[in-house]
Design a binder for this molecule. Sequence first.
Ligand SMILES: *Cc1c(COP(=O)(O)O)cnc(C)c1O
Length: 388
Amino acid sequence: MSLHKRFEQAFMPNYGVPPIALARGEGTRVWDVDGREYLDFIGGIAVSSLGHAHPALVEAVSKQVATLAHTSNLFLHEPEVLLAERLLGLLDAPARIFFANSGTEANEAAYKLAVKYGKREGRSYFVAAENGFHGRTIGALSLTGKKAIRDQFGPFPVDVRFVPYGDADALKEAVTGDCIAVFLEPTQGEAGVVPPPDGYFEAARQICDATGALLVADEIQSAIGRTGHWFAHQADGVTPDILTLAKGLGGGLPIGACVGFGEAGRLFDKGDHGSTFGGNPVSCAAALAVLDNLDLGHVKSVAAGLRGGLEAIRHPLLKGVRGRGLWLAAVLKEERSAQVQQAAAEAGFLVNALQPDAVRLAPPLVVTHEEVNAFVEAFPAILSEAAA
Ligand SMILES: *Cc1c(COP(=O)(O)O)cnc(C)c1O
């Protein structure tokens, strides 16, 4: 029986059956179980920041797993302290860290910090963005502005009011002195890699300052070099009160982080929150290898090449390109992203049909100029194949 058939019979149907079964990877290249080679321009959804099987990551993880794989939070260990200090050093203001295992858990921590703040201050509701994505657990899902994945699992224990993303006036209207926190992605990821208008994040900061609401930046997809900055909010010159991280941080090993700046970093009292696996030595060693081996200068230059190359393409199916850094959406004039994804795979490239009219590109941050050029050269024929 084929692997696909066995998958279908063994798993719940929530993912459908993915068309390609991957076997191994090296750098930006991956091979499927039949030995077909692909250039990976999705990187496990902006996760494989160092590409596949990066020697530094392999060494760090192998050494750590052979030394001490797990402690629980009954014991502390050096890799977690090194990683927390390293992250704090990359941030622009004093902060404290909590480690989790995933994005949604990082947001659960943020949500619980905010609940504590709200109870203390007598505040009653959250504000988040329409089409925003914050995760699948109930807390994070309640803040997720995508009706199709949220509504059937409600009602939720908190009042969340949704505003159109990028509209500073709507945000100002929605956030009063009664608002606990505003959850926003600096650029919306799952919505289609949608950057807001210039000044939106600064406006959000001002609105939160004026009303006392916490500003929570969900950088689970956008941080750790993806936009050419360590953190996306740094490009806006704005410091949030709470920052959440995951995807690219572990380079493929599961880790999430919730960062509380200033007072927000001290809201939890002893016993308020925890995670058995969160901040385990192996994931922390992986994240340290990621932070030690990323080259933001390379990200910026290769990203400029990818964007410039795509923008120079004139094709009847291609409307334009949006996004930041090595995190782009090729926007189509018709709803043919699934066809583009399939045609790209046939041409030897992995991309992601993110929205019906948007194809996500989030290659490993070590992607080379040559690999980017190869994709740009192949893309017009991929578009033509998808349009046919
Ligand atoms: C992926 C993502 C999440 C959820 O992360 P998981 O690790 O899948 O739980 C939350 N927020 C944003 C912005 C994301 O891109």
